[in-house]
Design a protein around this ligand. Structure first.
Ligand SMILES: [Zn+2]
Length: 121
């Protein structure tokens, strides 16, 4: 179950320039190497945690109950996982989810997943 390709060149749509809080401090902003910026509500990110504790590995079904996630949940720390993902340490103690850049980009910008790379207008 691996992604094909494996070229050395990284798609700028999935390469982060910076990961910072927004001016009001309420959201997380990722600026991408292609010049786009995506913003995320912390709780939304918590709800889509891709780890085995939140998603059934066999069925792919989400097992996390949104009603058990506090409205004020927020990351207390954010770690880079190599060059491919972010790991959030959540205020509810959860920290096992690795959010790949592709995953984060597609959350904010679902079209990015469909467009063939290198397309220009
Ligand atoms: Zn999780």
């Amino acid at each position: 179950m691996s992604v094909g390709g494996g070229g050395a060149k990284r798609d700028p749509r999935f390469v982060p320039d910076e990961v910072v809080p927004t001016e009001d401090g309420r959201r997380l902003r990722i600026r991408w190497a292609d010049g786009t910026a995506s913003e995320y509500w912390p709780r939304d990110l918590r709800l889509v945690c891709p780890c085995a504790g939140c998603v059934d590995e066999m069925t792919g079904e989400r097992t996390l109950d949104p009603t058990r996630v506090r409205p004020d949940v927020h990351p207390t720390a954010i770690h880079y996982v190599g060059r491919y993902a972010l790991q959030f340490v959540w205020s509810d103690g959860h920290s096992t989810g690795f959010y790949t850049w592709e995953y984060l980009r597609e959350l904010a910008d679902p079209d990015a997943a469909d467009e063939p790379p290198g397309g220009s207008g």
